[in-house]
Write a protein that binds this ligand. Structure first.
Ligand code: ADP
Ligand code: MG
Ligand code: MG
Length: 252
């Protein structure tokens, strides 16, 4: 589904990604871990097509297409979803209206008819029960005054509604409490299928107690320096990142 080959990227002239290689197949959950500042959020942003980043080298193939050729909206249309890619708060726009627009933009990109009100409500009903979100929350302005847990639930709901092929979750926020992490994890587990894939970016192992990744990668100084299974996450939790740094230094 996703093939990243020798990806180099920079921001404001500063080189951040220095040769990323990663392959994600449908049905898989990949976790990307690594110390602060190693480039995890940069990788997520480059995948979603944020404009401040310059890709200098390498390629990203997504379902056979050259992702780097596509604008962010086109990537969304192809089925790439980045949690946080949407504005944090939109006063006056309810989650429902926001999602109706986003859904129909994606459908339009795919050459499908827009959902009418009845169809949209039907899909909403299905997904609200799936991710266990309250109707009240959906009628409020997007993210305005939402608690951390409500924001997370809302994100998971967006993901459920938009049915991405590839969901990228960047759990940057170390301030997330365990309940919020659980909400994200339950959502990811619920939505997992043989047709979609998830990349979970996380600094901490905690999240992976609830989401069981098929693969764990360590990103360090702009490169994936180690890959393994969930045992690697446990090892990182127990030993920290210093031994990785030493291994990298010794190999150079
Ligand atoms: P991570 O998510 O792994 O903590 P990031 O991708 O956020 O790492 O950041 C990688 C590096 O890029 C850091 O050194 C950070 O300071 C730098 N960086 C991120 N955004 C910018 C920016 N807008 N301008 C300059 N440097 C940036
Ligand atoms: Mg960071
Ligand atoms: Mg980050």
């Amino acid at each position: 589904m996703l093939k990243i080959n020798d990806l180099h990227a920079s921001i404001e002239g500063k080189k951040i990604l220095k040769g990323i290689n990663l392959e994600v197949k449908a049905g898989e959950i990949h976790a990307i871990m690594g110390p602060n500042g190693s480039g995890k959020s940069t990788l997520a942003s480059v995948l979603a097509g944020r404009e401040d980043y310059e890709v200098e080298q390498g390629s990203i193939e997504f379902t056979g297409k050259d992702l780097l050729e596509l604008a962010p909206e086109e990537r969304a249309g192809e089925g790439v979803f980045l949690a946080f890619q949407y504005p944090v708060e939109i006063p006056g726009v309810t989650t429902i209206n926001f999602l109706k627009t986003a859904t129909n933009e994606i459908r339009k990109y795919r050459g499908e008819e827009p959902l009418d009100a009845v169809q949209f409500l039907k899909r909403m009903k299905e997904k609200t029960s799936l991710v266990n979100i309250s109707q009240d929350l959906l009628k409020r302005s997007l993210n305005e005054g939402f608690s951390g847990g409500e924001k997370k639930r809302n994100e998971v709901f967006q993901m459920a509604m938009l049915e991405p092929k590839l969901a990228i979750l960047d759990e940057t926020d170390s301030g997330l409490d365990i309940d919020a992490l659980r909400i994200v994890a339950e959502g990811v587990n619920q939505l997992k299928s043989n047709e979609n894939a998830t990349i979970v970016v996380t600094h901490y192992q905690r999240l992976l107690e609830y989401i069981v990744p098929d693969f764990v990668h360590v990103l360090f100084d702009g490169r994936i320096v180690k890959s393994g299974t969930k045992d690697l996450a446990l090892e990182l939790e127990a030993k920290g990142y210093d031994w990785i740094k030493e291994e990298v230094a010794a190999a150079q």
